[in-house]
Design a protein around this ligand. Structure first.
Ligand code: PEP
Ligand code: MN
Length: 267
């Protein structure tokens, strides 16, 4: 499958853990309407960001909260992909999510922080993807146990998945902290030493919980030679249905992206 070029004209197919940070994923926490997906996709493609993220199924900690619009979101994503020539991806937490993505040729997905620590769930997901060319981004487990992260990646590899990256989105810790999910950089370095071949993407949005904190985390990830970023973007963050405080407007997103680009040129 051919992937579009992204910010530095690098192709996802050439992407490995030695690359400079250039793999940028942007988009809303949750897909909220077909119009929203259309307008954000248009924005991204105009700014040469070639990967749109949007949640279809949202695994909420407590029942009763908005759980995403489900499978119809995939149709919105496919329309955006066709119209704007960008790649699209969403979170999968169950085999039926994988099947719904495969049915529409959505080949980039991520496994969320509440799914990675569950070996039964990961195994079922891996079985549903068996021997496909899906690219799977594996978020760190919500609990600070890196062996669960490694185990999830190994299960995918054993199912024949070759394009795998890790997403660092922070960890739940019992102490109050200014970050929503503290980064625990030292722990992630331990993970990277054990899996040096796996590219790592920073998700500063979930680490921070507040958009004001994003810059510091992004700088640290660049310093640590991360390979990319996944950032939540929304036209009106405070009105969004999930994760309002941490999403940034497209304008702020491009400011961040150009900062990352400048950093790439310098290094
Ligand atoms: C998300 O990406 O919106 C999400 C739910 O992520 P996480 O699994 O990191 O909480
Ligand atoms: Mn989110």
């Amino acid at each position: 499958m051919h992937f579009n070029s992204n910010i530095e004209d690098n192709s996802l197919d050439n992407w490995d853990s030695q690359s400079k940070p250039y793999f940028i994923i942007g988009g809303p926490c949750s897909a909220e309407s077909s119009q929203q997906i259309d307008s954000i996709a248009k924005e991204l493609s105009r700014n040469k960001i070639s990967f749109l993220r949007a949640g279809a199924w949202k695994p909420r900690t407590l029942p009763g909260a908005f759980e995403g619009f489900g499978e119809i979101v995939l149709d919105w994503l496919v329309d955006a992909r066709q119209k704007y020539n960008i790649e699209v991806g969403t979170e999968v937490g169950l085999p039926k999510h994988v099947e719904a993505c495969l049915k529409r040729n959505i080949r980039i997905v991520w496994i969320g922080t509440r799914t990675t620590p569950n070996p039964f769930a990961v195994q079922e997901i891996a079985n549903a993807m068996k021997d496909t060319d899906m690219m799977v981004l594996v978020k760190n487990p919500i609990c600070p146990e890196i062996n669960l992260w490694i185990g999830a990646i190994e299960r995918l590899k054993m199912a024949g998945i070759t394009r795998i990256a890790a997403i660092h989105r922070g960890f739940s810790t019992p102490r109050e902290n200014k970050y929503r999910y503290p980064a625990l950089w030292w722990l992630v370095e331990r993970f990277r030493k054990k899996m040096p071949e796996v590219p790592i993407i920073c998700d500063p949005s979930h680490i921070c919980g507040k958009r004001e904190l994003l810059d510091t985390v992004i700088r640290r990830a660049l310093k640590n030679n991360y390979n990319g970023f996944m950032i939540e973007v929304h036209h009106n963050p405070d009105a969004s249905m999930t994760d309002g405080g941490q999403q940034v407007t497209p304008t702020d997103f491009y400011r961040i992206v150009s900062y990352i680009k400048r950093h790439n040129k310098r290094n």
